[in-house]
Design a protein around this ligand. Structure first.
Ligand SMILES: *Cc1c(COP(=O)(O)O)cnc(C)c1O
Length: 409
């Protein structure tokens, strides 16, 4: 299906999508304009953790569409308090500030950390610094790309926001060396999603937690992608037994229906915001809160997190076998989330995703030879295995075409 030239003329080309035009989705499956069906192994970068049009989420949204959808924060509505109570209960946190997109949640955390630094920690005016990690992805605003190390995300968008120190990801010693009296926060993803599901050393988060506590620095964990069940726990930080002072949530919080994000964390930190100091017209709107609360209801029993763990074992076994065959050079998995590096000469991540799409499986490359798999947590084991078998098949055929001698058959 090719997009005609008129469309290209009117649509900004800030994406390079695969050549599919989707019209319908249900659960783990989507259908294109020609009626072809595909397994969705990307799940909206984890925004679709519960699959397409999960009945409970559609029900919550439909019910709220028949009541009230927008009030602005100038007035309260009856979904806001239950949403705040639900998300803080689910995450074991004290307080919530609702926003819309992940980038806005990160911006909110940056502002909270700076204000806390000046008003509570006593950092001299305009001096606050925040430590961030190389290869991080926290969104696309001008301030957030100021702390990016990805030239594609940065080039041409300066001048940048000052006040960030960038250290290698996974290196707690580098964080220790970067902390000084001006440091208000360390902002980091527990698992780097866009970088290709990079998992830091096992003691990384616990060491960061101790460093931050000792130096009176806030640990801000960006769980926009890693949070809400993906890693087999409600939050990825639980795997290390740490709690961030602030945690950003997004993507799956909107149930694949609309953008819903939030910062949750310590009351004495989010408490620095007073009326008028921060806000959003759409943040915490009734429709968003109704859907977000239904997401909390889906996660509260813990069965989806358990599913992510169980299915993750199945996925890891399949992918490890492809590494053993020499088709992948490495694989990183946590829960139902995988980053894999293609080892077939001449086959790029993009090329692999194109061939997968032709065989009815949708995935997306992150960088170069790396692709990420993040199927819905609701996927059946049968569908998961089906998609992974297609992946193996596509890799094997591509390897045979290049005459790769490490591959048999
Ligand atoms: C996707 C993502 C964001 C940005 O979310 P948007 O809703 O696209 O603004 C921020 N942080 C992480 C870790 C993400 O994966």
């Amino acid at each position: 299906m090719t997009v005609d030239r008129d469309t290209r003329a009117v649509l900004a080309q800030n994406y390079h999508p695969l050549d599919v035009v989707l019209v319908e989705g249900e659960g783990s499956w989507v259908t294109d304009v020609q009626g072809r069906r595909y397994l969705d192994f990307l799940a909206g970068y984890s925004a679709l953790n519960f699959g397409h049009r999960h009945p409970a989420l559609v029900e919550a949204a439909t019910r709220q569409l028949g009541r009230i959808t927008l009030t602005s924060r100038a007035f309260d509505h009856d979904q806001l308090a239950p949403f705040a109570l639900g998300v803080t209960r689910l995450t074991g946190t004290d307080m919530l500030l609702p926003m819309n997109t992940g980038a806005e949640a990160v911006e909110t955390a940056i502002k909270a950390a700076r204000k806390w630094g000046y008003e509570v920690k006593g950092v001299p005016a305009e001096q606050a610094t925040i430590i961030v990690a190389e290869g991080a992805f926290h969104g696309r605003t001008t301030t957030i790309v100021s702390m990016s190390t990805d030239p594609e995300a940065r080039d041409g968008f300066g001048p940048f926001t000052p006040g960030f120190r960038i250290v290698p990801y996974g290196d707690a010693d580098a964080v220790a060396a970067a902390i000084d009296a001006t440091t208000v926060a360390m902002l980091v993803e527990p698992v780097q999603g866009e970088s290709g599901v990079l998992i830091p050393p096992a003691d990384y988060l616990t060491r960061l937690r101790a460093l931050c506590t000792d130096a009176d620095v806030l640990l801000v964990l960006d769980e926009v992608q890693s949070g809400l069940g993906r890693t087999g726990t409600t939050l990825a930080q639980e795997l290390s037994g740490v709690q961030g002072d602030l945690t950003t949530l997004g993507k799956a919080l909107g149930g694949g229906i609309l953008p819903v994000s939030a910062v949750v964390g310590r009351r004495d930190v989010l408490g620095v915001f007073t009326p008028g100091t921060h806000g959003s017209t759409f943040g915490g709107n009734p429709l968003a809160c109704a859907v977000g609360l239904a997401v909390v209801d889906l996660l509260e029993p813990g069965t989806l997190q358990e599913r992510a763990r169980t299915l993750g074992v199945v996925m890891t076994a399949h992918l490890d076998a492809l590494v053993a065959e020499g088709l992948l050079s490495s694989v990183r998995t946590t829960g139902l989330w995988a980053g894999l590096d293609v080892a077939v000469p001449g086959l790029s991540g993009r090329g692999l995703c194109e061939q997968l799409a032709a065989r009815g499986v949708l995935a997306k490359d992150t960088h170069g030879d790396t692709i990420r798999l993040a199927p819905p947590l609701t996927i059946s084991e049968e569908d998961l295995t089906l998609g992974l078998d297609v992946l193996g098949d596509v890799l094997r055929k591509a390897a045979r075409r290049t005459g790769m001698d490490s591959v048999e058959g």
